[in-house]
Ligand binder design. Structure first.
Ligand code: FDA
Length: 300
């Protein structure tokens, strides 16, 4: 993150939420599920699919985890009722991963069972490194219990990721490959832009070679080009891979990938708890400093 962006994003956090919300809403469908439905319908009309995320993470009580479970199931029902081309992404800590693993597993299983009844799919997002092992173990247990309508996320900045991928390859796992967004120590994570990219390409190569289902989740032109080369080399069938991008980020690139004939899924978050998600997005937006300064100076 460049130093000016860093200062601006830190400063932004002392502004009223109403001011921050003005910038946040480009990354979020809205606060209500009907906002997500509208947006997914728009994506579907452009021949793109979506993955819906109910915003929120790191809850502290079992009651909150049960609420998250109910909200996730509601999204699955809404997808079914409105015939949306969409699946669901969930963050394990929202379902109680940091409270009790077994309790979290039971909540997630409930969601996956409903998804399976609807012929739908649930992706377990990957959070910070304190949750990596538990998330992958939960994924393996879900698969062992016969639930195959699920997948995981692997972060190319993590040094452990190649070992994780080799284990996931044996299970023919569905993997979303990302760079990784949390701040991790250098002892466990690559820090340089080039080494993170290099590892991303290496891991993507392994996944395509092993014929795992892979979601290539990036807005980085360099990685998209590398992915195009690997797709040409391994010729995966259309249901073996897709590109994924975040709502509000590089819609130009999104349209180009879809126009090139590749499947494209947009990550569509919605809900009341948009603040932490939006701050993470601001940190990655090279233009955020300019937008915020302009808004402060012009009052618009
Ligand atoms: P990079 O950050 O270099 O961005 C490439 C270019 O895209 C930038 O130069 C800029 O032009 C543009 N850009 C990127 N972010 C922008 C922004 N916020 N606003 C405006 N422009 C922007 N991470 C994780 O740890 N766990 C997870 O489960 C997921 N899940 C996930 C799902 C999907 C569908 C995506 C696309 C990403 C994730 N991520 C994630 C986030 C991921 O780890 C990573 O932080 C972001 O995708 C940014 O990395 P890029 O590969 O896009 O490169």
């Amino acid at each position: 993150m460049n130093p000016l962006n860093s200062v601006i994003v830190s400063t932004l956090q002392i502004f009223p939420r109403g001011f921050v919300k003005r910038f946040a809403m480009r990354y979020i469908a809205g606060e209500d599920i009907s906002d997500a439905v509208r947006l997914v319908q728009e994506m579907n009309s452009k021949k793109m699919t979506a993955t819906i995320d109910v915003l929120g993470e790191n809850i502290n009580t079992k009651e909150e985890a049960i609420d998250s479970t109910r909200a996730a199931k509601e999204v699955l029902e809404v997808i079914e009722k409105n015939h949306l081309g969409a699946n669901l992404s969930i963050k394990p800590t929202q379902f109680g991963l940091n409270i009790d693993h077994k309790f979290c597993f039971d909540n997630v299983r409930e969601v996956l069972e409903l998804a399976r009844n609807h012929g739908n799919f649930v992706r377990l997002d990957m959070e910070d490194s304190t949750t990596t092992t538990a998330t992958l173990e939960m994924y393996e247990s879900l698969r062992e219990s016969g639930l195959n309508n699920t997948g995981v996320v692997i972060q190319s900045y993590m040094r452990r990721s190649e070992d994780d991928i080799r284990r996931l390859m044996e299970m023919k796992a569905s993997v979303r490959l990302v760079k990784g967004i949390y701040i991790e120590p250098e002892s466990i994570a690559f820090k340089g832009k080039d080494e993170i990219r290099k590892n991303f390409v290496k891991l993507l190569n392994l996944l395509l070679e092993a014929k795992c289902r892979v979601a290539i989740a990036t807005h980085d032109d360099y990685l998209i080009d590398a992915a195009y080369d690997l797709i040409a080399r391994f010729s995966p069938s259309p249901d073996e891979y897709e590109f994924q991008m975040l709502l509000g980020v590089r819609s130009d690139l999104r349209d180009k990938i879809a126009a090139d004939g590749h499947r494209l899924r947009v990550y569509v978050p919605f809900g009341m708890h948009w603040y932490a998600y939006a701050i993470r997005r601001f940190k990655e937006n090279p233009q955020v400093a300019g937008y915020v300064m302009k808004s402060i100076l012009t009052g618009k």
